[in-house]
Design a protein around this ligand. Sequence first.
Ligand SMILES: Nc1ncnc2c1ncn2[C@@H]1O[C@H](COP(=O)(O)OP(=O)(O)OP(=O)(O)O)[C@@H](O)[C@H]1O
Length: 421
Amino acid sequence: MTTQPHKQPVLALHGVRKTFATQPSVRGQLARLLGFSAGRGGPAAGDKVVLDGVSLQVHPGEAVGIIGRNGSGKSTLLKLIAGVLVPDAGVVHAPERVCAILELGAGFDPHATGRENLRMQAALWGMDEQTLRVNWQRIVDFAELGPAIDEPVRAYSSGMLLRLAFAIAIHTPAPLLIIDEALAVGDLAFQAKCLAALRERLSQGDALLFVSHDLNSVKSLCQRAIVLQRGRVLIDADPKTAADAYVASLLQGGGAVAPGDGGVSPAHSAAVQMKQLCLNGQPVRECVLVSGQTLRLDVDLQSQQAVHGLTLGLMVHTAMGLDLFGTHTAMRGQPLNFQPGQTLRVSMEVDLLLGAGEYTLTLAVHDAHDFTQRVFLWAFHCVRITVVEPAASAVGAVRLPCRVHVRAIHTPNSESTLPCP
Ligand SMILES: Nc1ncnc2c1ncn2[C@@H]1O[C@H](COP(=O)(O)OP(=O)(O)OP(=O)(O)O)[C@@H](O)[C@H]1O
């Protein structure tokens, strides 16, 4: 049986390990300089294992998000793939040409102008003269730096560095693009332009590795996401499942949890329990509603202990797991205070101004001020709602109240033109 060319991964890692010396000895430094990694025979005492047994594959046209808390090893992983670092153990099969934005400004000469850096960076990423000539003006236009393109980049803000780096990267032919958190410094308009350009590259069959703490960007751009936890792959799944596992691991203080649909993650305290949940008066977990109809949730919460200053939060997600709308009782002036053994009924009414489709709700009970503190309950996607829309007057997920008026303000034979109101 022959393997289809498009089934071949563009990137494959097998059992990759990377350690850093916490207190580099002279011998260790020498071994590293000579290319003998201290980790090949196992990490030396005091070495910090940053990546441990990481295996993954990325196929052409695939966008894979890498998420994880600070220090989990995301940047180190990308540096290994980009060839900036070498692994102590394991194998990295990466394409010859990888276009990586790892650190803003890295690779730029601060004293050279934007235009000079454009030429140098493009050459560094392997863009030939002909491609550079064809793309030169497109890159300059994409960056939208105006006269600053002729100023030294040491005077650039991080947003301007991103504009230049991204403009070059998106026009550089390479089967794999790597973007480490960089987009976060761009303004919203530039971010939207970058995401559109990345989607275009993906549709042409190039692959993307995308590190971000913005779970919504990962969910909307990537087909898969990998959660790194203390240098290991916690989960490699669709972005919604991966993002939920990541949030659950944050709430657990780093413990491994992969919640299933509708699952209730183990909480910091089991003192508060959801005794009943009703949707529009029925004790059900699924319902069908007409767009614009009100959903009434009645949630009975019972606490065995006296607990004060809690809140019940609600998040509405699209079928893809994007967060659409979230609120909680404390945000609306109603913190939850329990006496021992008390049951509170929390009623929330939400007008579902949503387009036809499938949606889920996540419910959580946590500290009124900080959702990572004092978590009592976290019920991922515990409610499924199907919204139907008999006569749609709009497209997209949300139905924003919108008024439309049309009137003639000028006709060729009339003297007057109405001013803007
Ligand atoms: N050159 C180095 N020498 C020693 N330790 C390092 C080196 N580079 C990274 N580390 C350590 O490796 C761990 C992982 O770092 P890395 O930058 O890969 O994490 P990250 O997940 O990208 O974090 P963040 O989200 O904060 O960017 C951290 O504890 C960091 O201090």
